[in-house]
Ligand binder design. Structure first.
Ligand code: DGT
Ligand code: CA
Ligand code: CA
Ligand code: ZN
Length: 587
């Protein structure tokens, strides 16, 4: 039986969730989560490891999980999973998403009340049965009920851009408050994940200011509900259903707390382990010596002034927050000082934009001006191709007309001494057999071609791969657009073998874009290790349909960094001349 990496990862993650609910050892449970994560971002098919009996070569996969994987490949089941499934009803897995309700209390409610559906839980919160349980009470019951209602009303997670739009005004507001010595956005937002559960903000301030700071926070104009207020942490809910956690620590604790609350949990687990191996204890309060019993000796703190200092104590160089996912960054920063990750300042121009010729809202001139205003040196226009009739795809006549207009605009820039060039491009549909949307004679006339799938996204993996293989092998394809076609929190992408796709693209010197629209962020950063291994080129493309869309580039840069892309592997960091060369050599 052939199994895919995603399938194995799903099973292992289910074991992790069920183990938490079954009250099993936390570290044993986390091992399954980590294994799931490793396998998701594996550069090779898991089936190769199974065939060669080399699963334990994969970091984080020990004998026992290797046996589980083999058993799944052979029989389609895993013993531990089956027994967990027998004990734990499926319904309560969803309860893990209820904020403020941990696995222990879930198990308690389930065992003592004999319920397993969300609706039943709501009833039990209302009629006092939850309140009657040991250690829960009426207040907890009401909280759980509220959380369920919010959960049903809003998605559990939001997109990176939505979270940023909440966090930035909060941050700007808080940083000017009296007593704030340090402030940073932490959590998944600092790590630039494509979706965010809740926003975490951390402040370093002296104790006497804490109460006033929390007052200011809970009275911010975005706040519609205060979820909790404690000595060091307060949580609020905003009008669009998002949660923001503010934690305040002493200024000297700030670097360690920032490290802790930036996460990821998985990265933290490894750091704590490294600390132990060095006779140290790392926690949210700081870095300490271990005493003779192996416990934290709070009387023996290690001095540090920054995250960098703490990493150094662990024999590591500073790990950029985007990379803190336990996906190879620890090994890398053990032996390397830095990686030349792309920055926003490196971006010299814009590729992938639409105009009124297809479904964009502005003319080519207006889009070009918007790029000039932002300091860019070029704009690669890429309207839709003829098959995309729904999006105003261009007929051959319209292409000719557009080329003429671009030539005139380029001449005008030249005559006026403006250092700006518009490239003639197209976003060609990849047809169902993988061919591009025009004859070669037409394709020949473009400066560059982006090839994207816009229909039949749910074809079988085999058919889809054939389609992409043909498109990538086509010498006119310079860039593959939004490879999976996913819409975050809305629609899954196509079923693809991304490792093969990336290898093939690298082999043919074809770039795969990082579509920077925050609804897409596709190529996914999780494929960054593979991309780096084969030296894949990418391009951070806003896919702008209006002037403001150009600014999506900043989200794309964040994801590119998270995917370990250096400046050298991003097409639109090239100068105009270098880019012309790349396009020409590429054919
Ligand atoms: P999210 O909110 O789901 O998008 O993801 P995060 O990573 O922001 O997670 P969150 O908000 O639950 O916690 C913020 C950080 O705090 C997290 O990245 C690591 C740290 N943290 C929270 N709980 C734990 C824990 O139980 N163990 C460890 N090691 N770290 C934790
Ligand atoms: Ca968070
Ligand atoms: Ca949080
Ligand atoms: Zn597209």
């Amino acid at each position: 039986m052939s199994v895919t990496n995603d399938e194995i990862a799903d099973r292992l993650r289910e074991i992790y969730q069920l183990m938490q609910l079954a009250g099993e050892n936390r570290f044993r449970a986390i091992a399954f989560d980590r294994a799931a994560q490793t396998i998701e971002s594996l550069n090779e098919d898991i089936s190769n490891y199974i065939e060669n009996d080399s699963l334990t070569d994969i970091k984080g996969i020990g004998n026992s999980i290797a046996e589980d994987i083999k058993s799944y490949a052979q029989t389609g089941t895993i013993e531990v999973l089956d027994s967990l499934r027998e004990r734990i009803p499926e319904g309560i897995i969803k309860w893990l998403d209820i904020s403020g309700l941990g696995p222990k209390n879930i198990a308690k409610i389930h065992d003592q009340l004999g319920i397993s559906e969300l609706e039943e839980l709501k009833e039990a919160c209302k009629d006092g049965r939850v309140a009657s349980l040991d250690g829960l009470g009426e207040k907890s019951a009401q909280k759980i009920l509220k959380s369920i209602e919010w959960m049903e009303q809003f998605d559990e997670r939001c997109r990176l851009d939505e979270a940023t739009e909440i966090a930035e005004p909060m941050y700007d507001f808080l940083k000017d408050q009296k007593g704030v010595e340090d402030i940073e956005i932490a959590g998944s937002l600092r790590r630039s994940k494509e979706t965010i559960g809740d926003v975490d903000i951390l402040i370093g301030a002296n104790e006497k200011h804490i109460s006033n700071l929390f007052d200011a926070f809970v009275n911010h104009e975005l706040v519609v509900e205060v979820l909790g207020r404690g000595e060091t942490k307060s949580s609020i809910r905003t009008g669009n259903g998002r949660q923001v956690d503010l934690r305040i620590v002493k200024p000297e604790q700030f670097p360690a707390a920032l490290m802790y609350f930036t996460g990821s949990k998985e990265h933290n687990v490894v750091l704590r382990q490294r600390a132990r191996e060095r006779g140290l204890s790392l926690n949210e309060y700081g870095l300490f010596q271990l005493d003779d019993n192996g416990d934290t000796d709070f009387d023996q703190p290690i001095d540090y002034n920054s995250e960098t200092d703490i990493y150094e104590e662990l024999d590591l160089h500073f790990v950029p927050p985007e990379l803190r996912e336990d996906r190879g960054e620890i090994e890398f920063y053990e032996s390397h000082e830095s990686l030349n990750l792309v920055t926003e300042d490196d971006i010299r121009g814009v590729l992938h934009a639409h105009s009124t010729y297809s479904d964009g809202k502005f003319s080519i001139r207006e889009m070009a001006q918007a790029c000039i205003d932002r300091g860019y040196e070029y704009l690669g226009m890429s309207d839709h191709s003829q098959t995309a009739a729904y999006a105003g795809g261009l007929s051959i006549d319209e292409i000719k007309q557009q080329w003429k207009e671009i030539d005139e605009l380029n001449k005008e820039f030249d005559d006026n001494g403006i250092n700006f060039k518009i490239f003639k491009g197209i976003e060609s549909d990849i047809l169902s057999d993988g061919s591009l949307d025009y004859e070669d004679e037409v394709l020949e006339g473009f400066d560059f071609v982006i090839a994207s799938v816009h229909n039949g996204l749910d074809m079988s993996r085999d058919k889809m791969m054939t389609r992409f293989r043909n498109a990538i092998k086509n010498p006119y394809t310079d860039i593959v657009g939004h490879p999976t076609g996913r819409l975050l929190l809305q629609r899954d992408g196509s079923d693809l073998d991304m490792n093969e796709l990336i290898e093939l693209a690298a082999e043919h010197n074809t770039a795969i874009e990082i579509n920077a629209n925050p609804r897409r962020l596709d190529l996914d950063w999780r494929h960054g290790n593979k991309a780096k291994e084969v030296d894949l080129m990418s391009s951070i493309n806003p896919d702008a349909h209006r002037k403001k869309g150009i600014d999506y580039i900043s989200y794309g840069v964040r994801i590119a960094r998270k995917g370990k892309f250096e400046k050298e592997r991003i097409l639109n960091t090239k100068t105009t001349e270098q880019l012309i060369d790349w396009f020409q050599n590429h054919r």
